[in-house]
Ligand binder design. Structure first.
Ligand SMILES: [Zn+2]
Ligand SMILES: [Zn+2]
Length: 150
C-alpha cells in the first residue's frame, strides 16, 4: 500500500481558459470531398454481388438469388428481392398472365372425341384433342384438311 500524497491540489487559479485551445487548426471540415469518396464506394458495391439464399414465400424452399439476378434486378431498378423460387415464380406468372385459361369444347378431328382447346375453334382449321395433337405433330397421323363437323 502506498499513500498518495500531494494529489489533491486543484488547478492553478491563475491560468486562463484560452490556454487549452487545440494547437492544430482542424483539417477535417470537408476539404477532402466526402461525396467523391462515397460515390466511388457505391460504384464498387454495384460491381460486387454475391449469391443470396432466399426462402420461397409459396413453397418455403430455399432458392438462390444469384449475383447475376441481383445485377439484373438492379439494372431494372427493382428494389425488392424475389419472393418466390423460380418454380413458383413461373406458376405465379402463368396464373397472372393467362389466368385460368378459357378452354373451348370441340370435336377432335382425328378421333372424334370431345377435346378442350385453349382457343376458340375455327371452322377452317382442324381441331385435335391433346393426345391426337401430339400424334399429328409427331407425324403419326396425317393432319386433316378440314374439320369433320356438320
Ligand atoms: Zn417455391
Ligand atoms: Zn383426338
Amino acid at each position: 500500500m502506498r499513500i498518495l500524497t500531494g494529489t489533491s491540489f486543484g488547478p492553478c487559479p491563475g491560468s486562463e481558459p484560452n490556454d487549452s485551445q487545440p494547437a492544430n487548426p482542424t483539417i477535417q471540415d470537408g476539404a477532402f470531398g466526402d461525396e467523391a469518396i462515397s460515390a466511388t464506394l457505391d460504384r464498387r458495391m454495384d460491381g460486387v454481388y454475391e449469391d443470396r439464399t432466399l426462402a420461397c414465400r409459396d413453397c418455403g424452399e430455399n432458392f438462390i438469388f444469384s449475383a447475376g439476378e441481383q445485377r439484373f434486378f438492379a439494372e431494372k431498378g427493382l428494389v425488392n428481392t424475389p419472393q418466390r423460387c423460380p418454380n413458383c415464380r413461373a406458376i405465379a406468372k402463368r396464373a397472372r398472365t393467362g389466368g385460368p385459361r378459357e378452354y373451348h369444347a370441340a370435336i377432335c378431328n382425328a378421333c372424334g372425341n370431345q377435346a378442350m382447346v385453349p382457343f376458340a375453334p375455327r371452322t377452317d382449321r382442324p381441331v385435335y384433342c391433346s393426345s391426337c395433337f401430339d400424334k399429328v405433330r409427331a407425324g403419326l397421323i396425317a393432319p386433316a384438311a378440314a374439320p369433320v363437323q356438320g
